[in-house]
Design a protein around this ligand. Structure first.
Ligand SMILES: C[S@@+](CC[C@H](N)C(=O)[O-])C[C@H]1O[C@@H](n2cnc3c(N)ncnc32)[C@H](O)[C@@H]1O
Length: 197
């Protein structure tokens, strides 16, 4: 594996270094199928994509008339995300998920490789922020990575841990297998939709 200077995934510099050196093994290279299926059957939702990275999903949703915003705290990720977003580049914003404030109430937070980018000790803060940003009835939908390897990122979760993390504020309404995983997540991720209680 490449020898990186930055070791702390809580620092934007960690992600900058990897984007700049084009070491992005989590990158799907496009819009994953379950999100396509979800968007095909949903009315447009006010959506946040936290830790968006390459942000392929932003243009996909914006083209369908969704009010979507993608945020990332890594300037290199934002630059890459803006490139992929094309005409919608202004909707890719450099911001820290824990500080960013929505201009209008969110109806959906899209999760992909953001929770698993965080050391496990951060997970309660992520879950609390999801709950804070979503009003009752709003959705948290996306890909959740299940694994128990001690080192990461990606840091996997167990189903019991995820239930424990979200139980207080969310109900799980969809839990599906994923058909188009890339190698790092293959056999270990599920498409899930959680509704804010
Ligand atoms: C593993 S990458 C996933 C990127 C993208 N979601 C994807 O599916 O390709 C994790 C991303 O989260 C971003 N990130 C980590 N902590 C963040 C924070 N507190 N606020 C905003 N972005 C953050 C990183 O900069 C990185 O781009």
């Amino acid at each position: 594996m490449a020898d990186f200077q930055q070791r702390d995934p809580l620092s934007p510099a960690f992600w900058d270094e990897r984007f700049e050196r084009r070491f992005t093994p989590w990158d799907h290279g496009g819009v994953p199928q379950a999100l396509r299926d979800f968007a095909a059957t949903s009315a447009p939702l006010v959506t946040l994509i936290p830790g968006c990275g390459s942000a392929y999903e932003l243009a996909f949703l914006a083209r369908r008339g969704w009010n979507a915003t993608a945020i990332d705290f890594s300037p290199a990720a934002v630059a890459q995300g803006r490139q992929a977003a094309g005409a919608h580049a202004a909707r890719v914003v450099e911001a820290d998920f824990f500080a960013w404030q929505p201009a209008v109430p969110l109806q959906l937070i899209y999760e992909r490789a953001f929770l698993c980018a965080m050391p496990r000790a951060m997970w309660p803060r992520v879950a609390a922020r999801w709950a804070q940003l979503l009003a009752p009835g709003a959705l948290l939908a996306g890909y959740f990575f299940f694994d128990d390897a001690p080192k990461g990122p990606p840091f996997g979760i167990s189903r019991a841990q995820l239930d424990e993390l979200l139980r207080a504020d969310f109900d799980c309404i969809v839990d599906d297998a994923v058909s188009d995983s890339i190698p790092v997540f293959a056999g270990k991720e599920r498409w899930m939709v959680w509704r804010r209680r």
